[in-house]
Design a protein around this ligand. Sequence first.
Ligand code: AMP
Ligand code: GLY
Length: 432
Amino acid sequence: MRVLVIGSGGREHALVWKIAQSKLVDKIFCSPGNGGISELAECLNIKSEDIFSLLEFARKEKIDLTIVGPEAPLAEGIVDEFKNFKLRIFGPTKLASRLEASKVFAKELMKKYNVPTADFCIFDNPDEARRYIEEKKAPLVVKADGLAQGKGVIVAKTTEEALNAVKLIMEDRIFGKAGEKIIVEDCLEGEEASIIVITDSREVLPLASSQDHKRVFDGDRGPNTGGMGAYSPTPLISENIFKEILDKIVYRIIDGLAKEGIDYRGSLYAGIMLTKTGPKVLEFNVRFGDPETQAILPRLKSDLVEAILAVVDGHLTKFKRQNSWGWDERSCICVVCASEGYPGSYEKGKEIFGLEEIKNLKDIIVFHAGTKKQDNRFLTNGGRVLGITGLGANIKEAIDRTYEATKKIYFEGMHYRKDIGYRALKFTTVRV
Ligand code: AMP
Ligand code: GLY
């Protein structure tokens, strides 16, 4: 089987790494890929958003299965285009991708189908938003409706900050058209966790739980990033909470979509706040999480490609009956090494040292994100550069082993958080 993976991040490297282990797969292409991926797959010089060139390639090269990593091509309708040509592709259609591409759509759907989330109001007029904020008072969260590269959410501790967010999003249009409408919602308190499932719109197959670390600095300080590290599983999600999330959130939203005539196939990511009154949805993403995927897939014992094919073909119920879907009991953490300046502007082209040294370390995998390979050297090529990933008998061992390896990596300006997984440690200590 010939598989094409679309995307260029750590998530896509983890996907390619896992897909390469499948007995069903003979050849992997990745578009555009990165330095690390180029060691496992043939990388193409086509951007993730260039749907028509990707389609042409898939038709010409007789690709049997395409797996889409990032949200942008999904929101642009890559799945619809591939399906028109009867090509198998994993991911939701353009209409279904609105669950991530429009926060207004997602919130209205949650309200209609009784999916727990923060109370909210939608505005297309800044004056009305301001009146609401003055009345409600901070803390409040202001969100741009459309895709804003993960930056469209402003958690406002003061009323002034919330009012300023309205100005920035709706009047200054810092996120362009994505800010035509906004949501103002109540600020939730609690721990955050990520639950990712794959679904054929009827049945769901959950991946292991995980927790991301969105802020750039230790102790959850500084601006939000795409994610500075993750670990799996998280002790914050007990079996009961997991079940509650599946019943009250995942199945309800998928059933709700079905009732709206939308057949949701692909991966579904629920960003959850574990509040005192139960788990509530912060956001839905229509794709695998990044960096969560890097911490989850090394623990998956089953063949991901078989499960993905069951989703694409709508046979997930049968798949679940006939196959085991199992997880390594060990813990896994992924520490993201980023370029100087990230999540702001950064330079590219710095040589990365130490990769050879950690290549053969036991239970360490290096997933590449923003890297490129040039004359047998690896250079930085993005904000998030590497995801140093390690397994351990428990979270403490995984943390120690992974940081030991991370210390051996160097590039000019490299920075990483030193406390990935700390909440799990804190939680475990309290519990023991
Ligand atoms: P989102 O992209 O919607 O997940 O938002 C990004 C981040 O903003 C989340 O990971 C949370 O840390 C924070 N956030 C979003 N919505 C809320 C909320 N209602 N209450 C508190 N924090 C929130
Ligand atoms: N790690 C957060 C995301 O993938 O959106």
